[in-house]
Design a protein around this ligand. Structure first.
Ligand code: PLP
Length: 369
């Protein structure tokens, strides 16, 4: 096997889940968001670690993601938050997958299915995201649909925050107020739901956890959910280590060009190591001449362009480096760590995208130390 893989620490995942679950007010439970293959960490493996003592439900975006988990034998309740077609709704119900109905159009389809069978849904309200969810002006139509569908039961009402990662932004509290108003409007029309949920990781970390569930994603994987934290929190901790190894080393004189476009020339006699990883694995091409990796517990710069399958680094200042040495692209090695937030800031993106970009060509290996 190629020495490039991502290690996922299942014990650390368990501890993150437990830490988040035990930080919640009593009665508030975790919906573990494992969409997008658990943000690249591997949904099936992590779903197997989700036990009902800490996790009430698993959340995914696509029906396909829910079915993958059911096929793997996962029995926890699963919520699909993305939109579904009528035939997908039937398949979801056949697999005991809960619909997170994102708007009136889908509610029409669900109501059609509910003529033949009992259906319980989570209904999404748009309190200011402007994306999915029922808006104010659609509430009357929703009430009408629900009244005409005696076998359709709203088990939960939920909403999603736009700016919870910024503690100074008052919009989160405004959204919460709008959510409450929409719930009250529905109640006045006779539509009630036993459960509510709103918080993502950022809101949860801030203690804004209204209702019965929090829907946490990024915190499970140990990345920072808040924009403005100066220091990374002690808990949760990152659970992924993306590593490769030095494939070959060469000594080049000063002035030697490296890689496509010859964008780097050695400034001194240099030792250059080649790594069997590239942008086809999700190691972003924008790390060309900008990235850093860990070798023998020290940082070494990426030199030259990242190619599809290869990366070159300068290990002149790590003289003991040899072929076969482990190289860490993301995660800890010795006393040093490259966090997803660091890679994200170099790419002008967020840790979520860094995780989701690690390609299918990179095997995920699960460790449980
Ligand atoms: C992905 C997702 C979440 C989780 O967000 P994090 O910021 O990763 O905690 C919560 N709710 C919905 C609807 C989502 O799609």
């Amino acid at each position: 096997m190629r020495p490039t893989w991502a290690e996922v620490d299942l014990g650390a995942f368990d501890r993150n889940v437990a830490a988040i679950a035990s930080s919640l007010p009593s009665g508030t439970r975790v919906i573990a968001m494992l969409k997008a293959n658990a943000y690249g960490h591997g949904a099936v493996a992590l779903a197997r670690r989700c036990t009902p003592n800490h996790v009430a439900m698993i959340g995914v975006a696509l029906l396909e993601e829910a079915l993958e988990l059911r096929e793997a034998g996962i029995v926890l309740p699963i919520l699909v938050v993305g939109p579904l077609s009528e035939s997908q709704i039937r398949v979801a119900l056949d697999h005991n997958v809960t619909l997170g109905v994102p708007g009136p159009e889908e509610l029409v389809l669900v109501a059609r299915v509910a003529r033949e069978r009992d259906v319980a849904i989570h209904l999404k309200l748009d309190s200011g995201m402007g994306r999915m969810g029922v808006v104010d002006t659609e509430l009357a139509r929703v009430v009408e649909l629900l009244r005409a569908s005696p076998r359709l039961r709203v088990e939960a009402l939920y909403t999603h925050f736009a700016n919870a990662s910024d503690p100074r932004d008052p919009f989160t509290m405004e959204q919460l107020a709008r959510f409450d108003t929409m719930i009250a409007t529905l109640r006045q029309s006779g539509v009630t739901a036993p459960k509510h949920h709103a918080a993502n990781s950022a809101a949860t970390l801030r203690g804004i956890t209204p209702g019965d569930y929090v829907r946490v994603g990024i915190s499970l994987y140990g990345a920072e959910a808040l924009d403005s934290s100066s220091a990374p929190p002690a808990v949760p901790v990152p659970i992924m280590r993306w590593r490769t190894a030095i494939m070959r080393l060469k000594d080049l004189p000063a002035g030697a060009p490296i890689g496509y476009g010859s964008t780097f020339h050695t400034a001194r006699p240099s030792r250059i190591a080649t790594l069997p990883v590239g942008y086809a694995d999700g190691y972003d091409r924008r790390f060309s001449n900008r990235g850093e990796v860990l070798v023998r517990g020290r940082r070494a710069p990426v030199v030259g362009r990242v190619s599809m399958d290869l990366v070159t680094i300068d290990v002149t200042d790590v003289p003991e480096a040899t072929a076969g040495d482990e190289v860490v692209l993301l995660g800890r090695q010795g006393a040093h760590e490259i966090r997803a937030e660091e890679l994200a800031s170099k790419l002008d993106t967020i840790s979520y995208e860094v995780f989701c970009s690690i390609g299918a060509r990179v095997p995920r290996l699960y460790v449980d130390p």
